[in-house]
Ligand binder design. Structure first.
Ligand code: HPA
Length: 268
């Protein structure tokens, strides 16, 4: 049996006949969203073979099952990053499992640095496309022609439109733009930021893109949000640090919560 099969069995033993519809991956500092969800079951990642060890501050490492309104959701409270072990496919089993247990779409969230003056720390940006600056893929080694994934419209147009509507209904200013994925764990240099700005990026971060590629490989539609925690390198006097990321993500958490609740309520 594969690790995904094992995970499905373990999950089914814990959730009875609960069928999740939407999978939500929570980025750094956004864990408090779970307080809004009526939790039916919780499984630690370390009980699920192939799920990541979630070791980065602000990441808990649990799979939570529950409801927002009438929508059944499963939350990954925590994720793993390429920079932890240099493995771009570290989220592969997790994403395949979310699909296998019934999710028909995903919402990905992350903390990001802003390249746009108006999108100040605390803002939220809908990701409309990405630039992969790492040169790696979570599909290295994948077999079959399915690996040649079409990445046009990777960020689902109709899900993204629902997110815009959710933001409007809650009077939340939702920026939009292109997310550039850097490997990390070091922050970018000012020259790297200038370069990706010229290439068309609006935000930078160290996550999400491998999950987008894996989800598209599984034919799972998705939309994604960046919580802006800082201006990118060279754009402000403030030194960049993970502590700042967590602090600003927590500050924006209320806005993101309202947005996600409104979006998820509309997804059943
Ligand atoms: N760069 C990369 N990742 C990040 C940043 C940043 O400026 N802020 C939060 N995550």
């Amino acid at each position: 049996m594969s690790q995904v099969d094992d995970c499905i069995n373990i999950i089914n033993q814990n959730i009875d006949d609960f069928k999740p519809e939407v999978g939500l991956i929570l980025g750094s500092g956004l864990g408090q969203f779970c307080d809004n969800v009526e939790i039916k079951a919780s499984i630690d990642f370390n009980q699920l073979p192939g799920f990541p060890e979630a070791g980065v501050g602000g990441h808990a490492g649990r799979l939570l099952f529950g409801n927002v309104g009438k929508t059944n959701i499963v939350i990954m409270q925590g994720r793993a990053h390429y920079y932890e072990h240099g493995k771009a496919d570290v989220m592969a089993v997790a994403i395949q499992t979310l699909k296998a247990i019934g999710c028909n779409s995903l919402v990905l969230t992350n903390a990001a640095g802003s390249l746009v003056k108006e999108a100040s720390p605390g803002s939220v940006m809908l990701i409309t496309d990405h630039i992969n600056m790492t040169g790696v893929s979570p599909l290295f080694g994948a077999k079959s022609n399915k690996r040649f994934v079409d990445m046009s419209n990777a960020y689902d147009l109709s899900k993204s439109e629902s997110m815009r509507k959710a933001a409007k209904s809650k009077e939340i200013k939702l920026y939009e733009g292109v997310y550039a994925w850097f490997s990390g764990p070091q922050f970018e240099t000012p020259a790297e930021i200038k370069a990706v700005k010229i290439l068309g990026a609006h935000a930078v971060g160290m996550s999400t893109v491998p999950e987008v590629i894996l989800a598209r490989h599984q034919d799972l539609p998705l939309c994604a949000l960046s919580v802006i925690t800082n201006y990118a390198a060279g754009m402000s006097e403030t030194a960049l640090s993970h502590e700042q990321t967590i602090a600003f993500a927590s500050k924006a958490a209320d806005t993101v919560e309202h947005l996600l609740i409104s979006y998820l309520e509309g997804q059943s």
